[in-house]
Design a protein around this ligand. Structure first.
Ligand code: ASP
Length: 455
């Protein structure tokens, strides 16, 4: 009997042994493809089968969520430790101000570039002109409830208070509600204050925060071991439940978004990393792939932040003070994919609802897309409430967003890739111009990220 069991399980053991020999990034890539293939197949052949639902609810989703939560639980302490150490490590406050200012200018430049590209493409293709009004009504009716929910969740409350709220009343509360921008602000001020405290007092505290950072990096290592399975689970759930036919209904719009994101990433970001970072784009993309896959599968810049910091430090050789300062800022403020997406979506919906936007108004859409991308939370669908604000501002009914909600998740996965990799280009640029980093410091050989000190 035991021999029979051994014979039956021999191939499984072989496959498992081969799997364990694969490098982590290959396993993650395999998780992505297997999850997508299994999900699409389940959707095509067994969409209503109870076992597919059961598998999604009880296996794939829980595994995906555990992976996501393992990453998310590191975000607040990671942002606090890395920003504090980053600011304290930069030394004098004038340098912090210069590096911070330069980083923000770079973010604004990239975000404006991507939004402009989106607006250009949407004008070129006019994807909203061909949409059948009956289909528009059908989509509108189906997703109106969801759109109203988004609006009720604070979509129209954008204003001066959005900026005031960056300063937290209570940093613990900001941390508890995962309000990253507020945590980041507190850490910035805290790090700056530490540079003004006598060395004998600041040193021990910094050593503790360094220890905290290192422990968090270990937790991220544990989480990344789960990544191949987590990525499989997350992708399976999305693809097995997605209404694929919707993609063709909104085909022209989806194509404009995807082509825009692809052009921005492959030409725009590649050119930026070459010009500002002096780095070969092929090398950059090879090093950045684990960040890109994590962004794609989680649809969340915040959840990808721990991976992104690890990739920057270990794959690109960026000094921890720069990675720990630029990347958390980027995860909350620099969303290149999102601003492109916002520009395209607003203009598309304007076309669909017959609102003619003159050039001046389109420029306003670009500016608002940039501001909203800065304000959007780095979570799945984080930009949707803010798109409703832009829609309202240019005279398109905000609930019109209902038309595109059905395809948003897939587009969210895609736009989060440039959101996250755009931050890496910023880290390369700042490291090169402020921290003596050189392209030759990038690890030449292929290998998985290994744990290093957070700072
Ligand atoms: N999911 C995006 C991110 O986390 C935000 C968005 O565009 O909705 O970067």
């Amino acid at each position: 009997m035991t021999r029979l069991i051994k014979v039956i399980f021999a191939p499984v053991r072989l496959i498992w042994a081969a799997w364990r020999r694969l490098a982590l990034h290959t396993q993650i890539l395999a998780g992505l493809f297997l999850g997508a293939a299994a999900g699409v197949a389940a959707n095509a052949f067994a969409a209503d089968a109870t076992w597919v639902r059961w598998f999604g609810d009880n296996v794939a989703n829980p595994v995906g969520q555990i992976f996501l939560r393992m990453l998310l639980m590191t975000v607040v302490p990671l942002v606090f430790a890395s920003i504090t150490l980053g600011v304290a490590g930069l030394g004098d406050l004038r340098k912090v101000g210069r590096v911070g200012g330069k980083t923000l200018l770079y973010f604004l430049f990239c975000t404006t570039l991507s939004a402009t590209l989106g607006i250009f493409l949407v004008n070129l293709v006019d994807p909203g002109q061909g949409l059948d009004p009956a289909i528009r009504q059908q989509l509108f009716d189906t997703y109106r409830g969801q759109a109203q929910g988004l609006q009720a969740a604070g979509g129209t409350q954008f204003g001066i208070n959005t900026f005031v709220n960056i300063v937290p009343r209570n940093p613990i509360q900001a941390a508890a509600s995962l309000d990253l921008l507020a945590v980041l602000f507190f850490a910035l001020v805290f790090g700056a204050a530490l540079t003004l405290v006598p060395d004998t007092k600041a040193r021990p505290l910094l050593a503790v925060i360094e220890g905290l950072g290192e422990a968090i990096v270990k937790i991220i290592d544990f989480a990344m071991k789960l990544a191949p399975y987590g990525v499989f689970g997350l992708i399976f759930v999305v693809t097995s439940r997605f209404g694929w036919t919707l993609l063709s209904t909104l085909g022209a719009y989806v194509a404009v978004v995807l082509v825009g994101l692809f052009l921005y990433a492959s030409i725009g970001l590649s050119a930026l990393v070459r010009i500002f970072g002096g780095l070969n784009p092929l090398v950059f993309w090879r090093k950045a792939r684990v960040s890109a896959i994590t962004a794609f599968s989680t649809s969340s810049s915040s959840a990808t932040l721990p991976t992104n910091i690890k990739v920057a430090e270990q794959e690109l050789g960026i000094p921890p003070t720069v990675a720990g300062f630029v990347l958390p800022l980027g995860a909350t403020m620099n969303m290149n994919g999102t601003s492109l997406y916002e520009g395209v979506t607003v203009l598309f919906l304007a076309q669909v609802f017959g609102v003619d936007l003159a050039l001046g108004q389109q420029v306003i859409v670009v500016l608002l897309s940039v501001i909203m991308a800065v304000g959007a939370a780095g979570v799945p669908g984080g930009s949707l409430p803010l798109i409703m604000v832009v829609l309202g501002t240019v005279g398109v009914p905000p609930e019109g967003i209902a038309v595109i909600l059905g395809v948003d998740r897939i587009l969210d996965m895609c736009r989060t890739i440039p959101n996250v990799t755009g931050d890496l280009t910023a880290a390369v640029f700042i490291a090169r111009t402020e921290a003596g980093w050189k392209p030759t410091m990038v690890r030449a050989e292929r290998r998985d990220p290994q744990p290093v000190a957070a700072a």
